[in-house]
Design a protein around this ligand. Structure first.
Ligand code: 6GU
Length: 246
């Protein structure tokens, strides 16, 4: 039950980092299959046109539905195991729970738009045969979906069993299941003293309960300072009695 990843783009070379490091190993190990498709191969004209001016006027160009339709007819396997992801700053937020959901799929097709986006009928028509998710990776505007696909694929792939060296590290980090909505605590390794800065002594104490308490306090303190929105969203049931002193 390996995951099939397909990326459709007018810049296929942009996706070459996907064959490096973590992802490259998962592909070599047969855990993931990756295919990158050039959208222009599906353009019928001599100039391989993929965009046109927007109905209603306005700036920029819109990617053509018929070109995208031919590409997706070729790539998408219809049925409940497939999700079509359309990266767009106008999408729902991509987050760890969306990544975890996508890591359970059989096929994920990423449709990378450029310019002012893709004719909306492409997503609307695809939704008659597969799940379609229009997703944003944050509140800023990228020139195209390619960089967002690099981000989403890395977040998804590391959740697939066998892709990470240590399967526990996928759930103990920030936004993973174990720390339920808190940022990760700070980490230290040798040497004991660096540029006059010492490792917090509790980490050398061998007192496992004290270390766990210190790490949780650091997570809470860091989250309160950097992400007050996450503190506000915390499920009170996940707080312990000692947490209230932070
Ligand atoms: Cl997914 N795509 C583009 N083009 N811009 C974005 C984005 C996605 N997420 C945030 N900005």
């Amino acid at each position: 039950a390996r995951l099939q990843l397909d990326v459709v783009t007018i810049f296929p070379e942009y996706l070459s980092p996907l064959r490096e490091s973590l992802l490259g190993r998962a592909i070599a190990d047969g855990l993931i299959d990756l295919s990158v498709h050039d959208l222009r191969a599906y353009a019928p004209d001599r100039h391989r046109t993929v965009d046109d001016t927007p109905y209603g006027g306005g700036a920029g160009m819109v990617m053509k539905a018929d070109v995208w339709g031919r590409a997706l007819d070729d790539v998408v396997r219809p049925g409940p195991g497939t999700t079509l992801v359309v990266p767009t700053p106008a999408g729902r937020p991509f987050n760890q729970s969306v990544a975890a959901e996508l890591a359970t799929r059989r096929q994920i097709v990423f449709a990378c738009g450029r310019y002012e986006g893709i004719d909306q009928r492409v997503a609307d028509h695809a939704a008659t045969t597969v799940e379609v998710l229009e997703l944003s990776i944050g509140d800023y505007v990228l020139a195209g979906g390619e960089a967002a696909v690099l981000v989403m694929v890395e977040a998804i792939a590391r959740l697939i069993p066998g892709v990470l060296g240590n399967p526990l590290s996928a759930v103990t980090d920030s936004f993973g299941d174990a720390s339920v909505g808190l940022l990760e605590y700070p980490s230290y390794t040798r040497p004991l003293s660096y540029q006059g800065l010492e490792v917090p002594p509790v980490l050398l104490s061998g007192h496992h309960a004290a270390i766990a308490r210190w790490r949780r306090d650091e997570s809470l303190r860091r989250t309160a300072r950097r992400r007050p929105d996450l503190i506000a969203a915390l499920d009170p049931a996940t707080l312990d009695r000692a947490d209230s002193s932070i």
